[in-house]
Write a new protein. Sequence first.
Length: 252
Amino acid sequence: MIQITGVSHRIGTAPILHDITAAMPAGRLTALIGPNGAGKSTLLRLIGRLEPCQAGRIEVDGLDVGRTPTERLALKLAILGQQTHIASRLRLRELVGFGRWPHHRGRPGPADQAAVEAALDAFGLAGIAGRFLDEVSGGQRQRAHIAMSFAQATDWLLLDEPLNNLDMAHARALMARLRGLVRDGGRSAVMVVHEINYAAAWADHIIAMKDGRIAAEGPPEAVLTEAVLSGLYDTPVSIGSHLGRPLVLHHA
Ligand SMILES: Nc1ncnc2c1ncn2[C@@H]1O[C@H](COP(=O)(O)OP(=O)(O)OP(=O)(O)O)[C@@H](O)[C@H]1O
């Protein structure tokens, strides 16, 4: 479980997160939703220690993120941030290979190579693995970054808007793969997602944020209601149902 207790955060003098307490269950796929600027990425970055936690406490499976040695944390969680400014003169296979660094520390073995090839294959990148990052499409680049996170083979996978740039088929494939990791692989995942119906269809648990606070938390049926969503996004929505899961309609 990821336990967040009393976490507040400022950027400069601007308060961004306000005394957040929330839990993300292990062995489940958690979706973080909410409007632009709600603080979703900031919270994810604090969990992944891309930023130091200024106030409060974050524990991942009992490990205090603030005190856990980097080598240990890198085997516990992988985080894919929203902005990926990695040198473009890097081949896709090399990028995915970075995911294995915490396991081999500079001396990759056959198991690392096999994990890289498996991740490339899983994301349909095997045929273009030798290309440079600036020689592939935005969606292919995004899939390569996700493959790097998968190759890290951690208990927890934290993904910030991983569906960006993905076409319908690849978005569905990613969600199915995440669910497979969680259901069959005993792993846990947290993703920031704007496409609310992906959360509706695939997430086990949803945390809705607004203005640096938790607005609602629970299973999809509890969070994806007209009352919660219209307040969250300040826009009218209606809720239907598809295959026994909520379907959020906001097109009219
Ligand atoms: N480097 C920064 N300097 C100043 N303010 C920042 C910085 N990064 C983020 N913020 C502010 O912090 C708040 C939360 O941003 P954050 O990126 O966590 O939101 P988000 O919910 O992930 O938004 P989005 O859905 O647009 O990605 C926003 O008001 C944003 O403007």
